[in-house]
Design a protein around this ligand. Structure first.
Ligand code: GCU
Length: 137
């Protein structure tokens, strides 16, 4: 099953700016976080069913230092200090993946800077892997 894309520039942005000055992003741009801990992008993700899902965060980090993000779903931690290592250039975009259980209906997926600055965040792709364990017979 193909994933569904959620552009960062369409999310709710706190302490970040939508920019488009580095080629290769999808949509109309990406989010450049301010260099603070606690800046975030929140994506509103609709899931047809309660399902274990793969969350792919597409990003660029033109530095050689990691820019970790904390990932939460509906306010609950999914990954602390998820690593977003350097990609070699601000125009080189890669993806970091994490698994999460989504509920049926609206989910809030938030990516928050954990160590003072974040990568440039392009989009979230959500791919349902199947029913969550709690929903299995
Ligand atoms: C550069 C780059 C930005 C990036 C920033 C950073 O200024 O052009 O896109 O966000 O570095 O280090 O975060």
């Amino acid at each position: 099953q193909a994933g569904t894309d959620y552009e960062a520039e369409s999310g709710t942005v706190s302490q970040g700016a939508v920019e488009s000055n580095h080629a290769g992003h999808s949509g109309t741009g990406f989010v450049n976080f301010q260099a603070v801990t606690g800046a975030y992008v929140e994506f509103t993700v609709d899931s047809a069913q309660a399902a274990a899902s793969k969350l792919d965060f597409r990003y660029a980090n033109g530095t050689t230092a990691g820019r970790p993000l904390d990932i939460t779903v509906n306010g609950a931690s999914v990954a602390d200090d998820l690593a977003f290592p350097g990609t070699g250039a601000w125009t080189t975009w890669k993806a970091v993946s994490v698994s999460a259980a989504l509920k049926a209906g609206t989910n809030k997926v938030r990516a928050t800077t954990a160590a003072g600055d974040g990568p440039n965040l392009d989009k979230l792709t959500v791919t349902a892997n199947g029913p969550a364990d709690t929903e299995k017979p």
